[in-house]
Every structure is written in C-alpha cells, then in structure tokens.
Design a protein around this ligand. Structure first.
Ligand SMILES: [Zn+2]
Length: 158
C-alpha cells in the first residue's frame, strides 16, 4: 500500500473540525505553542490540569497557571478560537494578499478588529518559517487529535 500525500484541509474540513468544538481549537493552539508537550517553566513538571475550558493549564506539581496565549502574539486575543483558526487559515492559504476587508466580511468582524488580526498574521508570516509551520498544521490537522482527551490505545497486559 502506497502512502498517500497528506492533502491540504479544505475550508469545509476546517469548519467541520473546529466549529462548535472548543477542545479541538484549544488543542490546535496548544500544539502550536507546545509542540513537544506541556512544560512548566517554574518547576519543570510536564503534567498539567486544563481548566477554564482548556484555556489555562495548571501545573500538576506547583499549581502555576499557564495561559494558552500568554507570551504569544495573540496574548490579548478576544476573538473566539474558532474565528482565530478560520482567520489564520484564510490568511495563510490566500494566493494573493488577504485584506482586512475580506477578513472582516468572512469572519463577521468589525474592520478594526480584522485589521489588527491581519497585522498579526503578517507578523507571523515574516517570522522565520512560521508560514510553513502554520501551513503544515493545516495539512496535518488530524494529528492534532492524537494525545488529546482520552487515549483509545489498548493498554499492555489487558
Ligand atoms: Zn510547575
């Protein structure tokens, strides 16, 4: 059996995956932020509890709370996560420059918010490799489900 090349997610796939699925949205950004998994900068612990609908990760050992967007370009984000993902997808998959007006219309945002969002996307794009990183996340969005929620893997010895 030959390996299929991963296909880029279509808009409809993105919508199906992330709309009304806050956990999938949180997982998406969690994987961008912590590609190697959770790590507490205070004590080095790798275990955490997710609280506040998954937007905050509390270290299981020292209780230090890590916010999903703290230290990132979306630190002051007030948009629903789904709109953020959709906006990133639209921006990074557009063939030509994606305008704030288009974003405002497609995501139902006011112009000022869309403008700010586009500016952030542009910053991401100019940062080294971030275009590819974000792009590959949309290619491999399925893998984002691995490791989240309950594991379906059978345990050894059972
Ligand atoms: Zn800790």
């Amino acid at each position: 059996m030959s390996k299929r090349k991963p296909k880029k997610d279509s808009m409809i796939n993105i919508i199906n995956k992330f709309s009304n699925n806050e956990q999938a949205c949180v997982d998406f950004f969690f994987n961008v932020k912590c590609p190697t998994g959770f790590y507490c900068e205070k004590c080095g612990c790798t275990h955490f509890y997710s609280i506040k609908r998954g937007h905050v990760f509390e270290c299981a050992k020292c209780g230090h709370q890590h916010y999903l967007f703290s230290g990132t370009i979306f630190q002051d984000n007030k948009l629903p996560l789904f709109k953020l993902i959709l906006g990133l997808y639209l921006f990074f998959s557009a063939n030509k420059a994606y305008s704030a007006i288009e974003m405002a219309n497609q995501l139902d945002l006011n112009y000022k918010t869309a403008l700010k969002f586009c500016q952030k996307c542009r910053v991401l794009m100019t940062l080294s490799n971030s275009e590819r990183i974000l792009d590959s996340l949309f290619y491999e969005a399925d893998t984002l489900y691995i490791g989240s929620k309950t594991s379906s893997k059978p345990r050894n010895g059972y």
